[in-house]
Every structure is written in C-alpha cells, then in structure tokens.
Design a protein around this ligand. Structure first.
Ligand SMILES: Nc1ncnc2c1ncn2[C@@H]1O[C@H](COP(=O)(O)OP(=O)(O)OP(=O)(O)O)[C@@H](O)[C@H]1O
Ligand SMILES: [Mg+2]
Length: 322
C-alpha cells in the first residue's frame, strides 16, 4: 500500500451552538483515487471538507495530508489542496479570467497565462473570460469555481456538490473534466446527492450520516455485497396473501395485492435465478401475471437503506434513554 494522501483520524467537530457535525470520523484516501462521499443534508460532508481545507477548526482528532500533520504544516501543504466550495463565493463584479488568475496568485504560484488558458478552455469558459461573473448563469458560475480550484494544480481536490443545480449537459462536461484530472493523477474527493454521479465517477464510496461514516467500500464490491434485485409481477388477479408454495422466497404484496414484489439476491446472480424460478412456480400454480419489471438495486437503494437503518438505531437508543 502506498502512503495515504489523506489520513483522517477520529475527527470531531462540535459547533459553538452545540451541534455535533462530526462525531469521530476515520477516513483514509489513497493517492489517485476518486472518492465519493454520500449523505443526506446536514450529514457533515461540508464540515469534513472544511476541516481539511482549513475553513473549519476541528474540535478533536488528527488530519495527515501527504504524510504530514496538516495543522502543523498548513502553510506549506495548503497549496497542494484545492476546493470547489458548495456555496458560490466570489467577487461578482470581477471578470472570469481575473478571478481565476487571482486564485493562482493566492497560492503563491507564479503567473502562468498558458495554464489559465488551458483551464478556461477545458471548462468552455474561454469565450466568457472577459465577462463579469455576475453576468454568467448559475452553471457557468459553478464552472468558474472549478477553474479557480484548478488554477494552482492541486494534488488533492475537493468538490463539494460540484454539479448541484447544473444541467445534464454541464454535468457530463464536469464528469469529463474529472476524468481528465484523474488521468493526471489528481486525487479527488467529491460529495454529491446524485447517486448516479457516485456510480459513474467514484472508485470508492463512503456513506456519512449524523457525523459518522456508516460504510466505506469499493464501489463495485458495495454494489455486489448489498446489490439486491427487485422484480415486480403485475398479477392478473389480486391476492390476499402470499400463497403457501411461495413463502420461502422474499416476497411482499403491494398495490392492494395486485403486485407481487420480490426483493432479494446477493448481487451475484442469486436474484435472477430466484426470479426465474418464481415465474415458473407462478405458472405451475396457475397464478397469472400480465407484466414483470425487474431492476437491479442501485447505490441509491443501498444508501437509503443504510441511512434508514442508522435512524432506526438512533431512535432505539433514544427510546432506551427515555
Ligand atoms: N457554521 C456553522 N455553525 C453551526 N452549525 C453548523 C455550521 N455549519 C454547519 N453546521 C451544522 O453542522 C451539521 C453538518 O452540516 P454540514 O454543512 O457539514 O452538512 P452537509 O452534509 O454538508 O449537508 P448538505 O448536504 O446540506 O450540504 C448540520 O447540523 C449543520 O446545521
Ligand atoms: Mg454541504
């Protein structure tokens, strides 16, 4: 294993008014990987990123970046870290090119007009370089934020919901941009509410809720481990209960007994085999169905599942205390 590019240990953050945004986060990121952090509103994603990017002072724990203690060597290490913040933040009256130049200068790097031009061109902003930022659309403004974060060639780049409020085309562009960065060896940590984004881009996915990391896994093995299958049989006639000959399968009735739903499988073919068998058994038992829809469960299902389970867990604990 190479040395991690980022190593977060037992990081906690309690804001002044008493909100605990991070409740002991451990996270290790390897060089070159793309890591997606998924979590509902208020989970602690922006706080976690803020702690690494020097915007949030941690209450406890340690952060090592590039093998060094980040807080001790902040001045030296910060230029290797880039951030595309969740909130739009810049001088709206500044022009695109000046704003991007300024970002590079802020990190103490020498001016490099070629690099600025490359960055602007790659984000389709070159034609807009002399526009004032406030004249740009929301999606374009978000691109400027990305250009600013790229202007100093960071080795470790944080993208805090880079595609929120961005149309499909821009989002695809952004993904391409991230791919190009990956090819250059940039390590990327992104947060997103779009599961498809994590599925499309990330090598590993972490789920965070209520300041805790619930799960970190390789994207494909997470899908395989938890990846279940759903099959919906539209029944010709509504049923009051699952027939005796089918109770060994993970079935439920929905839509007032008109839809028989299978949810199960191990993500490695078991689901498909069981659904095929179920179809045969239905036919043999003369249970007619007019339609069958199947789908593989996505990261979205996994995510919702995990977060629901976490909530249940918390309610239980609260129940015990009360
Ligand atoms: N500056 C602050 N002062 C006080 N509380 C804060 C501050 N910033 C965030 N919080 C609280 O900390 C918790 C975590 O917020 P955070 O912004 O990290 O969540 P998030 O996962 O980024 O959510 P979202 O998906 O909505 O962006 C929330 O309860 C939030 O209200
Ligand atoms: Mg956030």
């Amino acid at each position: 294993m190479p040395e991690p590019i980022l190593d977060i240990r037992n990081l906690t953050k309690t804001y002044k008014r008493g909100t605990t945004a991070l409740a002991g986060v451990d996270l290790t990121i390897q060089p070159g990987e793309i890591f997606a952090l998924l979590g509902p509103n208020g989970a602690g994603k922006t706080t976690l990123i803020g702690a690494v990017c020097g915007l949030v002072r941690p209450s406890g724990g340690e952060i090592f970046a590039f093998g060094e203690d980040l807080q001790r060597h902040w001045r030296r290490l910060r230029r290797r870290i880039g951030l595309v913040p969740q909130e739009l933040s810049f001088d709206m009256f500044d022009t695109v090119i000046r704003s991007v130049r300024y970002s590079r200068g802020m990190f103490g790097l020498p001016a490099d007009e070629r690099r600025i031009e490359d960055v602007l061109r790659s984000l389709s902003l070159w034609d807009k370089r002399d526009s004032r930022i406030r004249e740009l659309s929301g999606g374009m403004k978000r691109r400027v934020l990305i250009a600013k974060a790229l202007a100093h060639d960071p080795d470790l780049l944080f993208l805090d919901e880079p595609t929120a409020g961005v149309d499909v085309e821009l989002r695809r562009d952004m993904w391409r941009q991230i791919d190009a960065l990956r090819a250059r060896g940039t390590t990327i940590i992104l947060t997103t509410h779009y599961i498809e984004e994590a599925e499309e881009m990330a090598d590993r996915v972490g789920v965070i809720d209520q300041g805790r990391i619930l799960l970190v896994d390789d994207k494909t093995s997470m899908m395989a481990k938890l990846g279940r299958m759903e099959a919906r049989f539209a029944l010709a006639q509504a049923m009051g209960e699952i027939p005796a000959g089918l109770t060994d399968l993970p079935l439920t009735l929905e839509d007032d007994g008109r839809t028989l739903v299978y949810r199960g499988g191990d993500g490695q073919g078991q689901g498909r085999a069981q659904v095929a068998e179920l179809a045969q058994r239905l036919t043999r038992q003369n249970i007619g169905f007019n339609g069958l829809e199947t789908r593989q469960s996505s990261l979205e299902d996994i995510f919702v599942n995990l977060v629901e389970r976490n909530e249940e867990h918390h309610t239980e604990i609260e129940g015990v205390v009360a």
